[in-house]
Design a protein around this ligand. Structure first.
Ligand code: MN
Length: 424
C-alpha cells in the first residue's frame, strides 16, 4: 500500500526540530484548547499546532467529506465517522498543504497566523470520547513473568493463553489525558493470609506500559470483523498507561477478574497517530505455535516496530528510565484482537479504546511494569536522588514515550505523563 503522506522524501515549510516526533510524515489528530477559543480538532507539525477548524473555515479542506461540526468539537469521534477513506484523505490533504514548495497556504500570512499555533499556547484535551474500553493481555513475556511470580515457571502461561487473545472489559470513564494528576487509589487489601482484609491507600501502585488503539464505527451487533478487515476499523494509536493497584488486585481478582485495582485511572497520550502513519513501521510477528484457530489467522506484517520507554521522576529530581520495550514484542496483534473481540457478534463503535496489555520484551530492562522490574519488590530500583523504587511512590511522575524510526523518518507519540498525588 502506498500512502502519499508517508513519503520519506517529504519535508514541510513548517519548521521541524531535529528528533521531533511530529515530522510531516506523522500528521496525528488531537483536540486542543487555546486561550479564548473553543476546543477543536487539530494536527501538529514540529512544534506547531494546526487548527483544523480554521483550516476548514478558510476553505482549505474543500471537496473532502467533512462538515464544520467535525472539527468544531471537543472529540475526534465525529470526524472518525468518515471512516478510513475519510481520515486518510484528510491526512493526505494536510500533508499536501504543508509540503515544502506548496505555497497556497504558506504565502497567505494572514491565514497562516490563524491556522498555526505554537504548541506551548494550547492545552491538549482528551482526544476521544471513549464509549467502551477493552484491555488485552497480549505480551507473552509479561504473561510469562506474571505466571512465574504467582504460579510456577513450568506452567507460567495458562492453557488458554496461546489460543485466545485474553482480555477484559475495562472502565471508560476514568481514561484521562496525559498530565491529569491522579490520587493514589484506596481499597481492600489482604496483606496477611491469617488476618481479615484491611482498607487503606494502595501500597503497591504500578504502571503498565501499553499502547491503545482507537476504532472507527464497526459493524452491526451480530456481525464480526475479520483479521483481514481489521485495518479498516482501526483509526490510530496512542501511548497508554494502564495503572494497576497490585495489592488490591491480588485480593479482588478471583473469580471475575480486574475491577477496582484497574478502574481508578488510565492515562493516554494526547495525539492519535493514525494506523496509516504507522504503516512504514510494520514488521512480522512471532511464529504462533500452537497454530491458532482459522478466525485468528492473518496474512502480512501486522506487528509494528515502536520503541517504547518508561521513566520515573521523583519530585524535585531528574528522571530515571526504568524500561526500554517495543510494541513489536506483542504475541497477538491488533487485527487478531479485534477479530477475537467481535467474533461472537459483539459490536464496536467509533471511539472505542482497546489497549494491548503490558508490553514486556524478552530481557530484564525491557519489562513494562514495576511488578516485573522489581520482581514483586525483591529487586528495588535505585533512583538518581538516592532513593529506591519497588513500586510507585506519592509525588512520583511516570512518563512513557514512543516512536517508530525508519528511512530517516521518526514518527512518534510524544509522551504520556502523570503525577501520583497522595490518597484523598
Ligand atoms: Mn492493562
Amino acid at each position: 500500500m502506498s500512502i502519499a503522506a508517508n513519503n520519506p522524501a517529504l519535508s514541510s515549510w513548517v519548521e521541524v526540530p531535529e528528533n521531533s516526533d511530529f515530522p510531516i510524515q506523522n500528521i496525528p489528530f488531537g483536540i486542543v484548547k487555546a486561550e479564548g477559543h473553543s476546543p477543536r480538532v487539530a494536527s501538529r507539525i514540529g512544534d506547531s499546532i494546526i487548527d483544523l477548524k480554521s483550516l476548514f473555515v478558510l476553505g482549505y479542506l474543500e471537496n473532502l467529506q467533512f462538515r464544520l461540526e467535525d472539527f468544531d468539537t471537543d472529540s475526534l469521534n465525529a470526524m472518525m465517522r468518515s471512516g478510513k477513506q475519510g481520515t486518510r484523505s484528510l491526512r493526505n490533504r494536510i500533508s499536501k498543504l504543508f509540503e515544502a514548495g506548496q505555497e497556497d497556504l504558506q504565502k497567505n500570512e494572514h491565514h497562516v497566523n490563524q491556522v498555526l499555533i505554537p504548541v506551548g499556547q494550547v492545552e491538549m484535551l482528551m482526544p476521544v470520547k471513549v464509549g467502551d474500553y477493552t484491555d488485552f493481555y497480549s505480551s507473552e513475556q509479561h504473561a510469562y513473568n506474571v505466571g512465574c511470580m504467582f504460579r510456577d515457571p513450568n506452567n507460567a502461561l495458562l492453557p488458554n493463553w496461546k489460543h485466545i487473545p485474553v482480555g477484559y472489559h475495562g472502565r471508560a470513564s476514568s481514561i484521562v489525558i496525559s498530565g491529569t494528576p491522579m490520587h493514589r487509589p484506596k481499597g481492600q487489601q489482604k496483606p496477611n493470609d491469617e488476618e481479615p482484609p484491611v482498607f487503606g491507600p494502595c501500597k503497591l501502585l504500578d504502571f503498565e506500559l501499553e499502547m491503545g488503539f482507537v476504532t472507527y464505527q464497526g459493524k452491526p451487533l451480530g456481525d464480526s470483523i475479520s483479521t483481514e478487515e481489521a485495518d479498516d476499523y482501526i483509526f490510530g494509536m496512542c501511548l497508554f498507561n494502564d495503572w494497576s493497584a497490585r495489592d488490591i488486585q491480588k485480593w479482588e481478582y478471583v473469580p471475575l477478574g480486574p475491577f477496582l485495582a484497574k478502574n481508578f485511572a488510565s492515562h493516554v497520550s494526547p495525539w492519535i497517530v493514525t494506523l496509516d502513519a504507522l504503516e512504514p513501521f510494520r514488521v512480522p510477528g512471532p511464529v504462533q505455535d500452537p497454530k491458532v484457530l482459522p478466525y485468528l489467522e492473518y496474512t502480512g506484517d501486522k506487528h509494528i516496530d515502536i520503541n517504547l520507554e518508561v521513566a520515573i521522576q521523583p519530585e524535585n529530581s531528574e528522571e530515571k528510565v526504568v524500561c526500554h520495550s517495543n510494541y513489536k514484542h506483542m504475541y497477538w496483534n491488533m487485527n487478531q484482537q479485534l477479530a477475537h473481540h467481535s467474533v461472537n457478534g459483539c459490536n464496536i463503535n467509533a471511539g472505542d479504546m482497546m489497549a494491548s496489555g503490558t508490553i514486556s520484551g524478552g530481557e530484564e530492562g525491557m519489562y513494562g511494569s514495576m511488578l516485573e522490574i522489581s520482581w514483586k519488590g525483591t529487586k528495588p530500583v535505585p533512583m538518581p536522588d538516592g532513593s529506591e523504587r519497588k513500586f510507585i511512590l506519592d509525588n512520583d511522575t511516570v512518563i512513557m514515550r514512543g516512536y517508530g524510526e525508519k528511512n530517516g523518518v521518526r514518527v512518534g507519540f510524544g509522551e504520556v505523563s502523570a503525577k501520583v498525588l497522595p490518597a484523598k
